[in-house]
Design a protein around this ligand. Sequence first.
Ligand SMILES: Nc1ncnc2c1ncn2[C@@H]1O[C@H](COP(=O)(O)OP(=O)(O)OP(=O)(O)O)[C@@H](O)[C@H]1O
Ligand SMILES: [Mg+2]
Length: 245
Amino acid sequence: MIVFDNVWFSYGDREVLKGISFTANFDERIAVLGESGGGKTTILKLILGLISPDKGKIIIDGVDITQLNEEELIPIRRKFSIVFQEGALFDSLPVKENVAFFMRELLKLPDEEIYRRVRELLRRVGVEDAEELMPEELSGGMHRRVAIARALAVGKTKMFLYDEPTAGLDPINSERIMTLIKDLADKENIGFMIITHVVYVAWQLCNRFIFLKEGQIVFDGNKDELIKSNISAVKDFIKELFFRI
Ligand SMILES: Nc1ncnc2c1ncn2[C@@H]1O[C@H](COP(=O)(O)OP(=O)(O)OP(=O)(O)O)[C@@H](O)[C@H]1O
Ligand SMILES: [Mg+2]
């Protein structure tokens, strides 16, 4: 379970989060929505302990992570598979070395075992033929799949965290990545938190919606509550959805 209890965070004197509280189970399917620069990516960084809050508590699986050192944070980070906003791969390494990277660093497995796992992961995300390619040779959709494979490589994943997983993809590839996200979650009964600007992606994949505005949560509810809401940010969201469907 993830608990944010009155979390405040600023970059220098720029206040980004002003008293955020929510509780999420690892098997939930949550969309985090809100304007650009609203603090969405910051929430993911806080969950992983990459930054720590100025005030408030963050509790992961019963552990208050705000006081942990780098070494103590490793088992916390391994509970999550994260695909960052840029989905960035290491440009100078072929696909198979990208996926192998954290396995080598963290798990210290023999090569044979690493490459066996790499092949299995690439198969799971549907790019088994891309093993020897360099990142620059991949299409946007393949790039995102390899990033997902790399995210799956190390953890004993309890939850997926996706930051703008469909950004920059054409509609067909967006749809494919959405299917992959859903299939991975269904197969292992693991939840996810998705940050997205794309209303349709959130609607299709998630059953809980958290809206951020000016550093605070202005809405946190399910589809029914979303449709009934009178909050302007939520109404704009619904409006956009009707244009799409
Ligand atoms: N390392 C940093 N140093 C200083 N300011 C930062 C840093 N990272 C983010 N910010 C600022 O904090 C605010 C929140 O950033 P964050 O990345 O969480 O927003 P976001 O909601 O993910 O936005 P987007 O939808 O554009 O990805 C922004 O105004 C951003 O400019
Ligand atoms: Mg962001």
